[in-house]
Ligand binder design. Sequence first.
Ligand code: ADP
Ligand code: MG
Length: 241
Amino acid sequence: MHSLTVSKVTLTYPDGADRITALDSVDLWVGGGEIAAITGPSGSGKSSLLAVVSTLIRPDSGSIRLDTASGTADLVGLSRGEAARLRREQIGIVFQQSNLVPALTALEQLEAMAHLGQHLIIPPSIRRETRSRARDLLASVGLSGQEHKRPAQLSGGQRQRVNIARALMNDPALLVIDEPTSALDQDRGAAIIDLILDVVHTHDTATLLVTHDRSHLHQMDAVYRMVDGVLTIDESVNLAA
Ligand code: ADP
Ligand code: MG
């Protein structure tokens, strides 16, 4: 059973001669198959929290623990190399801006993800397996028939679907998603949220979802609000469960 435990995490950035506090003693827990949503005003620290739990930024203090089938990882104490490996194997990251590679087709974006960090010579049997998994994932996000299109040939919603499928390619224990609907209209945004709910439940992924759209919050397992780096539970939302 996967889970993410964040305890008393504080992060500051240099700001001239001073420092600004982006995260102020943040506590959070999310279990496998669950989504914790995070809302809050711009500049309040939401993306910083995702960067810290994704091991992309090391906090000043506090602890972050990821429990997976293969054991418990302390996400704060890792070396750079260990962090890169953990991200590859256990963490799916969907950034705000679609960061797909322009020259690659949808299928190739997913395949490249799977082959990262592997040996240069990949046996044909592994290649076939990877291709079949990538096709299945693209189908599960509603992109059957679009596998051979490059990002420029896809709509914003379709690109976001490729991003999500790619983040799932290595079957991560932790999925971290930053404002996936910000560039989409209401209907396409709702479809992306439904897709995320579905994949999170199917893959038993512990998920942190930053969103500005309150209309989806009742579907989440927990809702937090970030203000000036302080994270609190948002009690105003009636949750489904
Ligand atoms: P949000 O995602 O909620 O908009 P961020 O986490 O991006 O908030 O930013 C939180 C605060 O940290 C803001 O004041 C922002 O200006 C500052 N900040 C974010 N990234 C950096 C950085 N790399 N260096 C310095 N300050 C930063
Ligand atoms: Mg942000």
